[in-house]
Design a protein around this ligand. Sequence first.
Ligand SMILES: Cc1cc2nc3c(=O)[nH]c(=O)nc-3n(C[C@H](O)[C@H](O)[C@H](O)COP(=O)(O)OP(=O)(O)OC[C@H]3O[C@@H](n4cnc5c(N)ncnc54)[C@H](O)[C@@H]3O)c2cc1C
Length: 380
Amino acid sequence: MVDMSLTPEQQKLQQLAREFTAKHIIPVDREWDEKGEFHEFILAESKNAGLNCLAIPKEYGGPGYDSVTQSLVAEEWGYGCAAFATTLGGNGLSSYPLAIAGTEEQKKLYYGRLVNGGMGGFALTEPGAGSDAGSCATVARLEGEEWVLNGTKCFATTCGYADIMVVFASTDPTKGVKGLSAFIVEKEREGLIVGAVEHKMGIRSSNTVELILKNVRIPKTHLLGKEGEGMKLAMKTLDMARPIVASIGVGIARRALDEAVKYAKEYLDVNGKPIGNHQAVAFKLADMATQVEAARQLVRNALRLKDAGVPYTKEAAMAKTFATDTAMRVSADAVELMGQYGYSQDSIVEKLMRDAKVTQIYEGTNQVQRIVISGILLSS
Ligand SMILES: Cc1cc2nc3c(=O)[nH]c(=O)nc-3n(C[C@H](O)[C@H](O)[C@H](O)COP(=O)(O)OP(=O)(O)OC[C@H]3O[C@@H](n4cnc5c(N)ncnc54)[C@H](O)[C@@H]3O)c2cc1C
Protein backbone atom coordinates (compact mmCIF):
# COMPACT_ATOMS: atom_id res chain seq x y z
CA MET A 1 0.00 0.00 0.00
CA VAL A 2 1.39 3.43 -0.95
CA ASP A 3 2.05 5.73 2.00
CA MET A 4 0.89 9.16 0.75
CA SER A 5 2.84 10.99 3.46
CA LEU A 6 6.10 9.97 1.76
CA THR A 7 7.75 11.76 -1.15
CA PRO A 8 8.12 9.89 -4.48
CA GLU A 9 11.88 9.53 -3.74
CA GLN A 10 11.15 8.01 -0.33
CA GLN A 11 8.58 5.63 -1.80
CA LYS A 12 11.10 4.52 -4.42
CA LEU A 13 13.81 3.82 -1.84
CA GLN A 14 11.32 2.00 0.41
CA GLN A 15 10.35 -0.20 -2.54
CA LEU A 16 14.01 -0.88 -3.36
CA ALA A 17 14.70 -1.93 0.24
CA ARG A 18 11.57 -4.09 0.27
CA GLU A 19 12.62 -5.88 -2.92
CA PHE A 20 16.20 -6.32 -1.67
CA THR A 21 14.88 -7.81 1.57
CA ALA A 22 12.56 -10.21 -0.25
CA LYS A 23 15.31 -11.34 -2.63
CA HIS A 24 18.46 -11.43 -0.49
CA ILE A 25 17.44 -11.62 3.16
CA ILE A 26 14.16 -13.44 3.78
CA PRO A 27 15.29 -16.60 1.93
CA VAL A 28 18.37 -16.92 4.19
CA ASP A 29 17.49 -15.30 7.54
CA ARG A 30 16.63 -18.63 9.19
CA GLU A 31 19.92 -20.16 8.02
CA TRP A 32 21.86 -17.11 9.30
CA ASP A 33 20.16 -17.52 12.65
CA GLU A 34 20.93 -21.24 12.92
CA LYS A 35 24.58 -20.85 11.97
CA GLY A 36 25.03 -17.64 13.95
CA GLU A 37 27.58 -16.56 11.36
CA PHE A 38 28.12 -12.92 10.43
CA HIS A 39 26.32 -12.06 7.17
CA GLU A 40 29.39 -10.33 5.72
CA PHE A 41 28.90 -11.06 2.03
CA ILE A 42 25.49 -9.41 1.82
CA LEU A 43 26.83 -6.12 3.19
CA ALA A 44 28.66 -5.37 -0.05
CA GLU A 45 25.49 -6.11 -2.01
CA SER A 46 23.43 -3.75 0.13
CA LYS A 47 26.10 -1.09 -0.34
CA ASN A 48 26.07 -1.59 -4.13
CA ALA A 49 22.30 -1.31 -4.10
CA GLY A 50 22.63 2.10 -2.41
CA LEU A 51 21.10 0.90 0.86
CA ASN A 52 24.02 1.32 3.28
CA CYS A 53 25.72 4.43 4.72
CA LEU A 54 22.44 6.30 4.28
CA ALA A 55 23.28 9.09 6.74
CA ILE A 56 26.63 10.04 5.24
CA PRO A 57 26.42 13.47 3.57
CA LYS A 58 26.81 13.80 -0.20
CA GLU A 59 30.04 15.82 0.10
CA TYR A 60 31.66 12.78 1.75
CA GLY A 61 30.40 10.25 -0.80
CA GLY A 62 27.14 9.14 0.84
CA PRO A 63 23.52 9.75 -0.23
CA GLY A 64 22.85 12.12 2.70
CA TYR A 65 19.26 10.98 3.28
CA ASP A 66 17.13 12.65 5.93
CA SER A 67 16.16 10.70 9.03
CA VAL A 68 12.65 9.74 7.90
CA THR A 69 14.11 8.22 4.74
CA GLN A 70 16.71 6.28 6.76
CA SER A 71 13.95 4.90 8.98
CA LEU A 72 12.03 3.52 5.98
CA VAL A 73 15.00 1.35 5.07
CA ALA A 74 15.57 0.31 8.71
CA GLU A 75 11.96 -0.90 8.92
CA GLU A 76 12.49 -3.10 5.86
CA TRP A 77 15.70 -4.55 7.34
CA GLY A 78 13.82 -5.24 10.59
CA TYR A 79 11.11 -6.98 8.57
CA GLY A 80 13.68 -9.20 6.85
CA CYS A 81 16.19 -9.93 9.61
CA ALA A 82 16.77 -7.94 12.80
CA ALA A 83 20.39 -9.15 12.98
CA PHE A 84 21.15 -7.64 9.58
CA ALA A 85 19.21 -4.52 10.61
CA THR A 86 21.37 -4.29 13.74
CA THR A 87 24.58 -4.49 11.70
CA LEU A 88 23.53 -1.71 9.35
CA GLY A 89 21.90 0.27 12.16
CA GLY A 90 25.15 -0.03 14.13
CA ASN A 91 27.07 1.25 11.14
CA GLY A 92 24.84 4.33 11.11
CA LEU A 93 25.09 4.71 14.89
CA SER A 94 28.89 4.77 14.71
CA SER A 95 28.81 7.58 12.15
CA TYR A 96 26.42 9.87 14.11
CA PRO A 97 29.09 11.21 16.54
CA LEU A 98 31.00 12.46 13.48
CA ALA A 99 27.95 14.38 12.27
CA ILE A 100 27.59 15.94 15.73
CA ALA A 101 31.20 16.74 16.64
CA GLY A 102 33.60 15.62 13.89
CA THR A 103 36.19 17.98 12.40
CA GLU A 104 36.61 18.13 8.64
CA GLU A 105 39.68 15.90 8.86
CA GLN A 106 37.89 13.37 11.11
CA LYS A 107 34.84 13.23 8.83
CA LYS A 108 37.03 12.58 5.78
CA LEU A 109 38.77 9.74 7.61
CA TYR A 110 35.69 8.12 9.16
CA TYR A 111 33.14 8.54 6.40
CA GLY A 112 35.84 7.67 3.84
CA ARG A 113 36.33 4.26 5.44
CA LEU A 114 32.58 3.60 5.54
CA VAL A 115 31.78 4.66 1.98
CA ASN A 116 34.67 2.51 0.75
CA GLY A 117 32.92 -0.57 2.14
CA GLY A 118 34.27 -0.61 5.70
CA MET A 119 32.07 -1.05 8.74
CA GLY A 120 31.93 1.10 11.86
CA GLY A 121 31.55 0.27 15.55
CA PHE A 122 30.41 2.14 18.65
CA ALA A 123 32.01 0.97 21.89
CA LEU A 124 30.54 2.59 24.98
CA THR A 125 29.39 -0.36 27.12
CA GLU A 126 31.66 -2.18 29.56
CA PRO A 127 31.09 -5.11 31.93
CA GLY A 128 30.54 -2.61 34.78
CA ALA A 129 29.12 0.26 32.74
CA GLY A 130 25.90 -0.30 30.80
CA SER A 131 23.04 2.05 31.64
CA ASP A 132 25.48 3.87 33.93
CA ALA A 133 28.05 4.92 31.31
CA GLY A 134 29.73 7.18 33.86
CA SER A 135 31.24 4.08 35.52
CA CYS A 136 33.44 3.61 32.44
CA ALA A 137 36.77 2.07 33.52
CA THR A 138 38.55 2.40 30.16
CA VAL A 139 41.04 5.24 30.44
CA ALA A 140 42.81 7.51 27.96
CA ARG A 141 45.90 9.50 28.91
CA LEU A 142 47.69 12.06 26.80
CA GLU A 143 51.38 11.34 26.11
CA GLY A 144 52.88 14.08 23.95
CA GLU A 145 51.03 14.06 20.64
CA GLU A 146 49.22 10.76 21.30
CA TRP A 147 46.35 9.39 23.38
CA VAL A 148 47.02 6.00 25.00
CA LEU A 149 43.90 3.91 25.64
CA ASN A 150 43.56 0.99 28.08
CA GLY A 151 40.48 -1.00 29.08
CA THR A 152 37.85 -3.51 28.00
CA LYS A 153 34.60 -2.85 26.17
CA CYS A 154 31.86 -5.45 25.76
CA PHE A 155 28.79 -6.12 23.64
CA ALA A 156 30.30 -4.07 20.84
CA THR A 157 28.22 -4.64 17.69
CA THR A 158 30.20 -5.50 14.51
CA CYS A 159 33.50 -4.67 16.23
CA GLY A 160 34.97 -8.04 15.18
CA TYR A 161 34.70 -6.77 11.59
CA ALA A 162 34.74 -3.00 11.96
CA ASP A 163 37.37 -0.95 10.13
CA ILE A 164 36.96 2.03 12.36
CA MET A 165 35.13 2.73 15.59
CA VAL A 166 34.17 5.34 18.14
CA VAL A 167 35.48 4.29 21.57
CA PHE A 168 34.58 6.00 24.83
CA ALA A 169 37.17 6.31 27.59
CA SER A 170 37.68 8.38 30.70
CA THR A 171 40.28 11.14 30.47
CA ASP A 172 39.70 11.97 34.15
CA PRO A 173 38.31 9.08 36.25
CA THR A 174 37.82 11.41 39.26
CA LYS A 175 35.09 13.28 37.34
CA GLY A 176 32.70 10.39 36.54
CA VAL A 177 30.51 11.22 33.52
CA LYS A 178 32.25 14.60 33.18
CA GLY A 179 35.54 12.77 32.60
CA LEU A 180 34.23 10.74 29.66
CA SER A 181 35.63 11.45 26.16
CA ALA A 182 35.18 9.90 22.72
CA PHE A 183 37.94 8.75 20.36
CA ILE A 184 38.28 7.46 16.83
CA VAL A 185 40.18 4.17 16.71
CA GLU A 186 41.06 2.33 13.49
CA LYS A 187 41.17 -1.47 13.52
CA GLU A 188 44.87 -1.63 12.61
CA ARG A 189 46.03 0.20 15.75
CA GLU A 190 48.45 -1.94 17.71
CA GLY A 191 47.02 -3.21 21.01
CA LEU A 192 43.41 -3.30 19.79
CA ILE A 193 42.27 -6.88 20.35
CA VAL A 194 38.93 -8.46 19.49
CA GLY A 195 38.06 -10.67 22.47
CA ALA A 196 35.25 -13.15 23.12
CA VAL A 197 32.26 -13.36 20.80
CA GLU A 198 28.90 -13.15 22.60
CA HIS A 199 26.53 -16.06 21.95
CA LYS A 200 23.09 -14.56 21.98
CA MET A 201 19.42 -15.52 22.31
CA GLY A 202 18.49 -13.56 19.18
CA ILE A 203 20.03 -11.48 16.36
CA ARG A 204 22.48 -14.37 16.25
CA SER A 205 24.14 -13.46 12.95
CA SER A 206 24.98 -9.99 14.21
CA ASN A 207 28.58 -9.82 15.45
CA THR A 208 28.80 -8.83 19.14
CA VAL A 209 32.23 -8.89 20.77
CA GLU A 210 34.46 -7.89 23.61
CA LEU A 211 37.05 -5.28 22.65
CA ILE A 212 40.31 -5.10 24.56
CA LEU A 213 42.53 -2.02 24.41
CA LYS A 214 46.10 -2.53 25.58
CA ASN A 215 48.17 0.63 25.28
CA VAL A 216 46.44 1.57 22.04
CA ARG A 217 48.12 4.72 20.70
CA ILE A 218 46.15 7.12 18.51
CA PRO A 219 46.99 10.65 17.35
CA LYS A 220 45.91 13.53 19.58
CA THR A 221 43.63 14.64 16.72
CA HIS A 222 41.49 11.49 17.15
CA LEU A 223 39.73 12.99 20.17
CA LEU A 224 36.13 13.46 18.98
CA GLY A 225 34.52 16.62 20.32
CA LYS A 226 35.93 18.19 23.47
CA GLU A 227 37.70 16.38 26.29
CA GLY A 228 35.17 15.57 29.06
CA GLU A 229 32.16 15.98 26.74
CA GLY A 230 31.92 12.30 25.77
CA MET A 231 28.73 11.72 27.75
CA LYS A 232 26.95 14.62 26.03
CA LEU A 233 28.10 13.28 22.68
CA ALA A 234 26.93 9.75 23.54
CA MET A 235 23.49 11.05 24.57
CA LYS A 236 23.06 13.11 21.39
CA THR A 237 24.19 10.10 19.34
CA LEU A 238 21.68 7.84 21.05
CA ASP A 239 18.91 10.39 20.44
CA MET A 240 19.66 10.03 16.73
CA ALA A 241 19.86 6.24 16.87
CA ARG A 242 16.80 5.42 18.97
CA PRO A 243 14.16 6.09 16.29
CA ILE A 244 16.17 3.84 13.97
CA VAL A 245 16.05 1.01 16.54
CA ALA A 246 12.35 1.80 16.86
CA SER A 247 12.02 1.35 13.08
CA ILE A 248 13.66 -2.06 13.34
CA GLY A 249 11.06 -2.85 16.01
CA VAL A 250 8.26 -1.75 13.67
CA GLY A 251 9.71 -4.03 10.98
CA ILE A 252 9.82 -7.04 13.34
CA ALA A 253 6.24 -6.39 14.48
CA ARG A 254 4.98 -5.93 10.91
CA ARG A 255 6.51 -9.23 9.84
CA ALA A 256 4.96 -11.01 12.85
CA LEU A 257 1.59 -9.49 11.97
CA ASP A 258 1.85 -10.56 8.31
CA GLU A 259 2.76 -14.11 9.34
CA ALA A 260 -0.15 -14.23 11.81
CA VAL A 261 -2.68 -12.91 9.27
CA LYS A 262 -1.54 -15.48 6.71
CA TYR A 263 -1.86 -18.26 9.25
CA ALA A 264 -5.30 -17.08 10.43
CA LYS A 265 -6.56 -17.24 6.83
CA GLU A 266 -5.07 -20.66 6.06
CA TYR A 267 -5.20 -22.72 9.26
CA LEU A 268 -8.51 -24.48 9.80
CA ASP A 269 -10.27 -25.16 13.09
CA VAL A 270 -12.05 -28.46 13.95
CA ASN A 271 -15.04 -27.35 11.87
CA GLY A 272 -12.89 -26.83 8.80
CA LYS A 273 -13.14 -23.02 8.95
CA PRO A 274 -10.12 -20.62 9.00
CA ILE A 275 -9.31 -19.63 12.60
CA GLY A 276 -9.49 -15.98 11.48
CA ASN A 277 -13.29 -16.45 11.40
CA HIS A 278 -13.24 -16.48 15.20
CA GLN A 279 -13.75 -13.01 16.55
CA ALA A 280 -11.19 -13.61 19.32
CA VAL A 281 -8.51 -14.23 16.67
CA ALA A 282 -9.69 -11.44 14.36
CA PHE A 283 -9.72 -8.90 17.22
CA LYS A 284 -6.22 -9.96 18.26
CA LEU A 285 -5.03 -9.26 14.70
CA ALA A 286 -6.78 -5.89 14.76
CA ASP A 287 -4.99 -4.96 17.99
CA MET A 288 -1.63 -6.10 16.59
CA ALA A 289 -2.11 -4.04 13.41
CA THR A 290 -3.14 -0.97 15.41
CA GLN A 291 -0.02 -1.18 17.56
CA VAL A 292 2.24 -1.53 14.50
CA GLU A 293 0.72 1.57 12.90
CA ALA A 294 0.86 3.58 16.15
CA ALA A 295 4.52 2.63 16.59
CA ARG A 296 5.34 3.70 13.03
CA GLN A 297 3.65 7.07 13.51
CA LEU A 298 5.59 7.71 16.74
CA VAL A 299 8.82 7.02 14.84
CA ARG A 300 7.83 9.38 12.01
CA ASN A 301 6.82 12.07 14.50
CA ALA A 302 10.19 11.93 16.29
CA LEU A 303 12.13 11.98 13.03
CA ARG A 304 10.12 14.79 11.47
CA LEU A 305 10.93 16.89 14.53
CA LYS A 306 14.60 15.93 14.18
CA ASP A 307 14.68 16.76 10.46
CA ALA A 308 13.01 20.10 11.25
CA GLY A 309 15.84 20.85 13.70
CA VAL A 310 13.67 21.10 16.84
CA PRO A 311 14.23 19.19 20.14
CA TYR A 312 13.13 15.56 19.87
CA THR A 313 14.81 13.70 22.77
CA LYS A 314 11.49 12.88 24.49
CA GLU A 315 9.79 11.82 21.25
CA ALA A 316 12.80 9.66 20.26
CA ALA A 317 12.65 7.88 23.64
CA MET A 318 8.86 7.44 23.32
CA ALA A 319 9.22 5.98 19.84
CA LYS A 320 11.98 3.58 20.97
CA THR A 321 10.00 2.41 23.99
CA PHE A 322 6.65 1.99 22.27
CA ALA A 323 7.94 0.46 19.03
CA THR A 324 10.24 -2.07 20.68
CA ASP A 325 7.64 -3.01 23.31
CA THR A 326 5.29 -3.46 20.34
CA ALA A 327 7.83 -5.70 18.59
CA MET A 328 7.99 -7.88 21.69
CA ARG A 329 4.23 -7.97 22.30
CA VAL A 330 3.16 -8.50 18.68
CA SER A 331 5.77 -11.22 18.02
CA ALA A 332 4.69 -13.04 21.22
CA ASP A 333 1.04 -12.69 20.13
CA ALA A 334 1.94 -14.19 16.74
CA VAL A 335 3.64 -17.17 18.42
CA GLU A 336 0.54 -17.69 20.59
CA LEU A 337 -1.87 -17.37 17.69
CA MET A 338 0.08 -19.95 15.70
CA GLY A 339 0.17 -22.47 18.58
CA GLN A 340 2.64 -25.35 18.34
CA TYR A 341 3.70 -24.26 14.85
CA GLY A 342 4.48 -20.77 16.16
CA TYR A 343 6.65 -22.23 18.90
CA SER A 344 8.58 -24.49 16.53
CA GLN A 345 11.58 -23.53 14.44
CA ASP A 346 9.53 -24.38 11.35
CA SER A 347 7.92 -20.98 11.70
CA ILE A 348 9.73 -17.64 11.61
CA VAL A 349 7.76 -16.08 14.46
CA GLU A 350 9.77 -17.79 17.20
CA LYS A 351 12.87 -16.09 15.74
CA LEU A 352 11.05 -12.75 15.57
CA MET A 353 10.20 -13.08 19.27
CA ARG A 354 13.83 -13.85 20.21
CA ASP A 355 15.08 -11.00 18.02
CA ALA A 356 12.53 -8.53 19.39
CA LYS A 357 13.84 -8.84 22.93
CA VAL A 358 17.15 -7.12 22.28
CA THR A 359 15.49 -4.05 20.82
CA GLN A 360 14.09 -3.34 24.30
CA ILE A 361 17.61 -3.59 25.76
CA TYR A 362 20.20 -1.99 23.48
CA GLU A 363 20.72 1.73 22.81
CA GLY A 364 19.35 2.39 26.29
CA THR A 365 16.96 -0.05 27.95
CA ASN A 366 13.29 0.83 27.88
CA GLN A 367 13.52 1.59 31.62
CA VAL A 368 16.20 4.17 30.79
CA GLN A 369 13.91 5.61 28.06
CA ARG A 370 11.22 6.06 30.71
CA ILE A 371 13.75 7.92 32.87
CA VAL A 372 14.44 10.22 29.89
CA ILE A 373 10.74 10.83 29.15
CA SER A 374 9.70 11.39 32.76
CA GLY A 375 12.78 13.56 33.41
CA ILE A 376 11.71 15.93 30.61
CA LEU A 377 8.08 15.91 31.77
CA LEU A 378 8.97 16.72 35.34
CA SER A 379 11.53 19.40 34.55
CA SER A 380 9.39 21.42 32.13
C1 LIG B 1 23.06 -7.66 21.36
C2 LIG B 1 23.56 -6.42 21.99
C3 LIG B 1 24.30 -5.52 21.24
C4 LIG B 1 24.83 -4.37 21.83
N1 LIG B 1 25.58 -3.51 21.08
C5 LIG B 1 26.21 -2.47 21.70
C6 LIG B 1 27.12 -1.62 20.96
O1 LIG B 1 27.33 -1.76 19.76
N2 LIG B 1 27.79 -0.66 21.64
C7 LIG B 1 27.60 -0.44 22.97
O2 LIG B 1 28.24 0.44 23.53
N3 LIG B 1 26.74 -1.20 23.68
C8 LIG B 1 26.04 -2.21 23.08
N4 LIG B 1 25.19 -3.01 23.80
C9 LIG B 1 25.03 -2.78 25.23
C10 LIG B 1 23.68 -2.18 25.60
O3 LIG B 1 23.61 -0.85 25.20
C11 LIG B 1 23.51 -2.39 27.12
O4 LIG B 1 23.22 -3.77 27.31
C12 LIG B 1 22.41 -1.54 27.70
O5 LIG B 1 22.79 -0.19 27.72
C13 LIG B 1 22.08 -1.94 29.14
O6 LIG B 1 23.21 -2.08 29.93
P1 LIG B 1 23.44 -3.41 30.78
O7 LIG B 1 23.18 -4.57 29.90
O8 LIG B 1 24.76 -3.32 31.44
O9 LIG B 1 22.30 -3.42 31.86
P2 LIG B 1 22.28 -2.64 33.26
O10 LIG B 1 22.57 -1.21 33.05
O11 LIG B 1 23.12 -3.38 34.21
O12 LIG B 1 20.76 -2.79 33.66
C14 LIG B 1 20.18 -4.00 34.16
C15 LIG B 1 18.71 -3.75 34.38
O13 LIG B 1 18.51 -2.68 35.31
C16 LIG B 1 17.73 -1.66 34.75
N5 LIG B 1 18.21 -0.36 35.20
C17 LIG B 1 19.49 0.09 35.22
N6 LIG B 1 19.54 1.34 35.72
C18 LIG B 1 18.25 1.68 36.03
C19 LIG B 1 17.63 2.84 36.59
N7 LIG B 1 18.35 3.92 36.93
N8 LIG B 1 16.29 2.83 36.77
C20 LIG B 1 15.54 1.74 36.41
N9 LIG B 1 16.08 0.62 35.89
C21 LIG B 1 17.40 0.58 35.69
C22 LIG B 1 17.91 -1.79 33.24
O14 LIG B 1 16.82 -1.22 32.54
C23 LIG B 1 17.98 -3.32 33.10
O15 LIG B 1 16.69 -3.84 33.08
C24 LIG B 1 24.59 -4.13 23.21
C25 LIG B 1 23.83 -5.03 23.96
C26 LIG B 1 23.31 -6.16 23.37
C27 LIG B 1 22.51 -7.10 24.21
